[in-house]
Design a protein around this ligand. Structure first.
Ligand SMILES: Cc1cc2nc3c(=O)[nH]c(=O)nc-3n(C[C@H](O)[C@H](O)[C@H](O)COP(=O)(O)O)c2cc1C
Length: 218
């Protein structure tokens, strides 16, 4: 693999210590490391924030969790999230930090490549939650990988830290590798950047290059 190495942020969107999504995120980090990427593995606790509050934003009281996610996005080329499904949608804690983080300028999700994973004890593996999660990310200009990976009956799916079913494990590795290959290609051969608009009818904010410390939208 050519230098510089691809840098990828990986985290589980569950706060639970025995989280199945954290197990899947750990496996994703291991596979990404084996691919040759530099992995920035984080915990949802790093990004947990109080509810979005426009008054707090106006007073520049930005929660540390949102500042941390904004920095991680700026410092990495791509992100992988393993998210639980709550009531057929994404966890509130994850949506909340996405909302806070979307207020920085340059808007941190714009143009970032993302891969969505889920794990659930259910037969659908939390896949509906990923479709709901795709919506705000795509709205924010993230390039969400078309393939997603949802681990069904996840409470029975692990053998130690691997997936017990070898075919499923192989599919998981192929999904991660294909995503990283695309993110790596985009890093070296960036597409033309379109101007990102928050709402239709608003003037465009020119998509800027990577800025390690963004500023808040005024
Ligand atoms: C409030 C709540 C709602 C849930 N809704 C769903 C759901 O819609 N679909 C599903 O597959 N699992 C649902 N579950 C079960 C979670 O998938 C399960 O608790 C899972 O282990 C959570 O992820 P974690 O292990 O990473 O913490 C729900 C759990 C909670 C607490």
């Amino acid at each position: 693999m050519k230098e510089p190495k691809l840098k990828v942020l990986v985290f589980s969107a569950s706060l639970r210590s025995e989280s199945l999504n954290s197990k899947l995120a750990n496996l994703a980090s291991r596979v990404a490391t084996e691919y040759g990427a530099t992995v920035d593995h984080r915990s949802m606790r790093d990004f947990d924030t109080p509810s979005y509050d426009g008054d707090a934003e106006a007073a520049q009281r930005i929660p540390e969790g949102a500042v941390a996610l904004q920095k991680c996005l700026a410092e990495n080329d791509a992100f992988i999230i393993s998210s639980p499904e709550y009531n057929a949608s994404m966890p509130g804690a994850l949506k909340n930090v996405i909302d806070w983080t979307s207020r920085f300028r340059p808007q941190p999700f714009d143009g970032k490549h993302g891969l969505l994973l889920s794990a659930s004890p259910s037969m659908a593996g939390g896949n509906r939650g990923l479709w709901s999660l795709r919506v705000p990310f795509e709205h924010l200009g993230a390039r969400i990988f078309p393939d997603m990976f949802s681990l069904a009956t996840a409470h029975k799916a692990f053998a130690d830290d691997d997936l017990a079913d070898p075919l499923l494990h192989e599919r998981f590795v192929k999904t991660i590798d294909a995503f990283l290959a695309l993110a790596e290609a985009a890093k070296h051969y960036p597409c033309i950047k379109r101007a990102w608009v928050e709402f239709l009818g608003e003037p465009a904010v020119e998509a800027a290059g990577v800025d390690p410390v963004g500023t808040l939208h005024q």
